[in-house]
Design a binder for this molecule. Structure first.
Ligand code: TLP
Length: 342
């Protein structure tokens, strides 16, 4: 099977497995797991932030990121297709007591001017704005990437109004690769960043929340409340260290493979793909003109050894990652062609 459903499907590399087997561990709830401590220090250092917190999932990283900056009854401004709004079981409402104020952005990316107009003061009618959230890369907008100066502008604007900015940077290393800038530069002004070890970086489990010492210290208590105090988690953190230091350097390969796929499908009958927007490891394409629903196409691909999921009846998503090389992507294109060209 060639699995292009997500970069979450990557399996730990042999080097990760060795590191996991040999990891020094302790009870992380007591702060005594040396490998988790090393991972948290390394993540903080790479992002140029004061501290970091190892969490089991990106959903938990975002949930805690939102919670540390907000109070119940506030609004969180985000893009209308944001993961926090559409794919996280309303965690911002369930845990932080906040509602989303969604704004549609071109290619999933917001401008400060759009955000500024939606900021609400305390009033007898409105829920006041508590936080601005941006997603980089933006998943369902096709892995789109924020221009670094736009992030700065959003942060400067938010801070001037006393608001914080949280970045869902599940794939921020892909963004950094596309912009050819280190993550500490991209995120310099962002208050908290959630990034995932278990997506393109290939670790089996885990995400990191980075930010100020105060935000992370408070976040650590929320992690415990959410059931994320993981004890001898060094076996997982060991893979995470390899993920951030080694796997982050090969993401350009995934981007080239995504390009190969996007260009390969662009000429096929009934397929529409926004080629200039394919800059990272995600390719979203519209199948409406094929006259077939994405579920039907998924099933036909699967029968021929290729896994691709639909995002909706008309949109499908392919995600490249460490476990599919360029030959596998060429094979995937052959399968897609054989299904569509009849
Ligand atoms: N994304 C998954 C699915 O949930 C859609 C995927 O296959 O892409 N932020 C972003 C931008 C994400 O894409 C995801 C996962 C998360 C947060 C949540 O991470 P996990 O799955 O670790 O909770």
């Amino acid at each position: 099977m060639i699995d292009l459903r997500s970069d979450t499907v990557t399996k730990p590399t042999p080097e990760m497995r060795r590191a996991m087997a040999e990891a020094e561990v302790g009870d992380d709830v007591y702060g005594e797991d040396p490998t988790v401590n090393r991972l948290e220090q390394r993540a903080a250092e790479i992002f140029g932030k004061e501290a970091a917190l190892f969490v089991p999932t990106g959903t938990m990283g975002n949930t805690i990121g939102i919670k540390v900056h907000t109070r119940h009854g506030q609004e969180v401004i985000c893009e209308s297709r944001a993961h926090i709004l559409n794919y996280e079981l309303a965690m911002m409402a369930w845990f932080a007591g906040c509602v989303a104020r969604p704004i549609a952005g071109e290619n999933g990316l917001l401008h400060w001017d759009q955000i500024r107009k939606e900021i609400r003061p305390v009033s007898p009618h409105y829920a006041p704005t508590g936080l601005i959230e941006i997603e980089n890369t933006h998943n369902v907008a096709g892995g789109s990437v924020y221009p670094p100066e736009r992030i700065e502008e959003i942060c400067d604007g938010a801070h001037s109004m006393g608001l914080k900015v949280h970045m869902d940077g599940a794939r921020v290393f892909n963004a950094a690769t596309a912009c050819e800038k280190p993550v500490n530069e991209l995120c310099a002004k962002v208050d908290t960043v959630n990034f995932c070890l278990s997506k393109g970086l290939g670790a089996p489990v885990g995400s990191m929340l980075v930010g100020t010492r105060d935000a992370i210290d408070r976040g650590r208590l929320y992690r415990k409340r959410l059931g994320g105090g993981m004890r001898q988690a060094g076996v997982l953190a060991a893979a995470g260290l390899i993920a951030i230091d080694k796997m982050s350097r090969r993401l350009h390969e995934d981007h080239a493979n995504a390009r190969l796929l996007a260009e390969g499908i662009a000429g096929l009958p009934g397929i529409r793909v926004n080629l200039p927007n394919v800059r990272t490891n995600i390719v979203i394409f519209d199948v409406s003109a094929t006259g077939r629903a994405s579920a039907e196409l998924s099933a036909a691909f699967k029968e021929r050894g290729l896994r691709i999921n639909g995002l909706s009846p008309t949109l499908m998503r392919m995600v490249t990652h460490h476990d599919v090389n360029s030959d596998a992507c060429r094979q995937a294109l052959e399968v897609i062609r054989s299904v569509l060209v009849r």
